[in-house]
Design a protein around this ligand. Sequence first.
Ligand SMILES: [Ca+2]
Ligand SMILES: [Ca+2]
Length: 220
Amino acid sequence: MTQQNNTNFGIAFGLGVAVASTLLSSPSQAASFVGTPSPSLSPIFGTLINFDDQPSGTLIGVGDYVAQGVTSVTELEGLGTFARYQGSQSQPNYITTGASGERGTDANSGYDGIIKFQFTNLANQVGIGIADSVGGPEILSIYDSNDNLLESFTAPQGANTYAGFSRASNDIKYFEIKGDYFAIDDLQFQSVPEPSTILGTIIPLLLLRRKYNQEENQKQ
Ligand SMILES: [Ca+2]
Ligand SMILES: [Ca+2]
């Protein structure tokens, strides 16, 4: 082995340890983000659910997206008709409670509700497209596996927007959108590799380096 190989190995090894130590030691940090809704969806990550799998007018069933990794999707206030409606993000549908979905204590325009997703696996990044032209604010919240609030964030108002959270570790079990006159589309979610997976990469690297050093010592 040449000195160059040794140097390359050292750089790669150092980077691996640096990445692993960062992932292992970083506390979960507040990190909401704002992107761009469909048809120019950004950022793009993980699993996408665009609610376009069934015709407009079809009710949202609690278990409609179990196969994609969403244990449940529910509208907690029981308002209106929680279903797929024709929207202007990914065509043809977004989901909302419709014209009769009015809670009665804010803008009298319908389309109110609290829509909550439960993920099968803990996620570190989640995002949602929001149609939010009028009425009160749309508040995005994420919760851990004990349903304790991790973070909340008020989406920017606009005809269509995209917003979500990106965190250092997989601790998002629930993603909730509460609002006054809104609809949502293009749910995305993903998980980062667990520390055990990182360790599974680092330990073989350590063993490889040890073997390399032994071989170098035998040559000398
Ligand atoms: Ca859609
Ligand atoms: Ca309302």
